[in-house]
Design a binder for this molecule. Structure first.
Ligand code: ADP
Ligand code: MG
Length: 559
């Protein structure tokens, strides 16, 4: 039965198409990278599936991507002999957006083209980017191993609907025909396409094949491979240009912006693997969504095994992207096996250290870039001290704080900077936590610190108090909450201060008793203090009591 059906795009797809066409207008050429990236993923998936069933190759295990164009017809055709799709796959993959939270994300877009193009980039544009240059797209596809009659033809002009019908497909895999808009006809050109393939897709693992230039008018058309076609991470570092690292990042991370930094390492010896790890420049919209994809792309002996292998990095480094290619793991490795495998554990320990080192290096070499990282991912990194006991000191060194010295809410002071500025005789790192920056900044607890010129870290992120519960010291200096217990200013507190406090306590003994009786069921103790210079009184928390912020979190959680 070859009935043609017309289906509507999911609302989110319609919105995305509309926004993309308008906001990526000046970035047209990226459509080719996206489509080649998908073709490469499809080849990867087939090679993996064929490990178990090499019948899927249907006698053709020469995996490649073909790129053709037709100037007259104003079309570009991209064909892969990868895994292909069933009818249901097509309806799902080329008609909906599966990522949860997409609708909310799209609502945030403003209509301001410049701003939105950045946001869309963070979302990942993917297949739908074809409509930046196309006024019609045909997709012909057949799942590897399926009968010829199970081929599918999808077509859309990008206006909200698509058609789908059965089509006989001798060849497995996917062929995409882009009918170029009039103002995008520049892309139906061999020179232009070759350049784009080199620029964006040089180091995907599969050859991109085009007809050689000379043969277009000539009698015989010869095929040639236009890209380098060796997986980037397998090359020696010295042979890879920054631009190539960046483009490869965009391919694997489905990102649109350059990464902030990367780290490429080949490990030989007891373990034998290569890792290529990246720090993105921008947080994905669903970073706090527990089900959002995270993890690295796993290859075993250069064969793609899976996306989003979560076992290679701890949760607090979930923003890192990249590839691990192991020669020790088995090609049959599954997610279950990854969960308790000694090799995986060792790679994870090393990869964790690499990411932390990469961040330290970035902080040293480019403070602005590090500040950008901190703005995007700081609150995620703050989960680190609790999750990763063994790396606490390293993580603490990467934290950035607002302080009383800078006086503004930007978190840009490191603990090393704080320590450098410590007063003579000061032995502790002082901090204050509060619901928000202004509340913390105007707290009476800071009065004595101002008077003495001692800097105090201002912590007002939701996670801060919880995090401080896992940080006891840094560089052998203890952390001290200024609103907690008996304030110890170390040697900064002069003998005179102490004497004054003792005398005052003696003198006002009666008053203290009376206040204590009056507040008896609400406070544990009433003391004379040197903490204050202007305010008459303040509340402090016991050394072992839950802090105010933590109490609120627990209350909100119904505890
Ligand atoms: P992403 O690549 O980030 O998953 P895309 O929008 O680029 O998102 O593609 C959506 C989905 O469509 C892919 O995940 C894949 O399942 C399917 N797809 C796209 N192109 C191909 C192709 N050439 N072969 C097989 N499947 C494809
Ligand atoms: Mg894609």
């Amino acid at each position: 039965e070859t009935q043609k059906e017309t289906l509507g795009f999911q609302t989110e797809v319609k919105q995305l198409l509309h926004l993309m066409i308008h906001s990526l207008y000046s970035n047209k050429e990226i459509f080719l990278r996206e489509l080649i990236s998908n073709a490469s993923d499809a080849e990867d998936k087939l090679r993996f599936a064929a490990l178990k069933d090499d019948g899927l190759y249907e006698g053709d295990s020469d995996l490649q991507i073909r790129l053709d164009f037709d100037k007259e017809a104003n079309t570009i055709t991209l064909a892969d002999n990868g895994i292909g799709m069933t009818r249901d796959d097509v309806v799902q993959n080329l008609g909906t957006i599966a990522r949860s939270g997409t609708a909310e994300f799209l609502q945030q877009l403003s209509g301001d083209e410049k701003k939105d193009s950045k946001l869309i980039g963070q979302f990942g544009v993917g297949f739908y980017s074809a409509f930046i240059v196309a006024d019609k797209v045909d997709v012909f596809t057949r799942l590897a191993g399926a009968p010829v009659e199970e081929g599918v033809h999808w077509q859309s002009v990008g206006d909200g609907e698509f058609t789908i019908e059965q089509a006989n497909r001798e060849k497995r895999g996917t062929e995409i025909v882009i009918h170029l808009k009039q103002d995008a006809s520049e892309f139906a050109d061999g020179f232009r396409l070759r350049n784009l393939v080199k620029k964006y897709s040089d180091h995907i693992s599969f050859p991109v094949i085009m007809k050689s230039e000379g043969s277009e008018e000539g009698e015989e058309s010869k095929d040639e491979t236009v890209n380098d076609a060796t997986a980037l991470w397998t090359l020696p570092r010295t042979e890879i240009k920054d631009e190539e690292y960046k483009e490869f990042y965009k391919h694997i991370a489905h990102d649109f912006e350059d990464p902030l930094t990367w780290s490429h390492n080949k490990v030989e010896g007891k373990l034998d693997y290569t890792s290529l790890l990246y720090i993105p420049a921008r947080a994905p919209f669903d970073m706090y969504n527990r089900d959002a994809p995270r993890g690295l792309k796993l290859y075993v002996q250069r064969v793609f095994i899976m996306d989003d292998a979560e076992q290679f990095l701890p949760l607090y480094l979930r923003f890192a992207k990249g590839v691990v290619d192991s020669n020790d793991l088995s090609l049959n490795v599954s997610r279950e096996i990854l969960q308790n495998d000694a090799t995986v554990d060792s790679i994870r320990t090393a990869a964790t250290k690499r990411v932390l080192d990469m961040l330290s290096k970035l902080a040293k070499k480019d403070a602005d870039a590090y500040q950008k990282f901190w703005g995007e991912f700081g609150t995620v990194l703050k989960e680190g001290p609790a999750e990763d006991f063994s790396n606490r000191e390293k993580i603490a060194g990467l934290l950035r704080f607002a302080t009383t010295l800078t006086g503004d809410s930007a978190q840009n002071v490191s603990l090393d900077q704080y320590i450098e500025r410590m007063k003579e005789g000061q032995s502790k790192i002082y901090y204050i936590t509060a619901d928000n920056f202004m509340a913390a900044k105007s707290s009476p607890h800071l009065e004595v610190f101002r008077k003495k010129g001692i800097e105090v870290l201002i912590l007002s992120d939701r996670i801060d108090e919880w995090m401080m519960g896992y940080l006891n010291e840094y560089d052998s200096k203890q952390f001290q909450d200024v609103a907690r217990g008996d304030l110890d200013l170390g040697e900064v507190e002069t003998e005179e201060d102490k004497k004054h406090k003792e005398e005052a306590a003696e003198e006002h003994k009666g008053l203290l008793e009376r206040i204590k009786t009056a507040l008896s069921d609400r406070v544990q103790e009433v003391r004379v203090t040197n903490r204050l210079t202007d305010s008459p009184a303040c509340l402090v928390t016991g050394d072992f009591d839950m802090g105010a912020q933590m109490k609120k979190i627990m209350e909100a959680a119904g505890q």
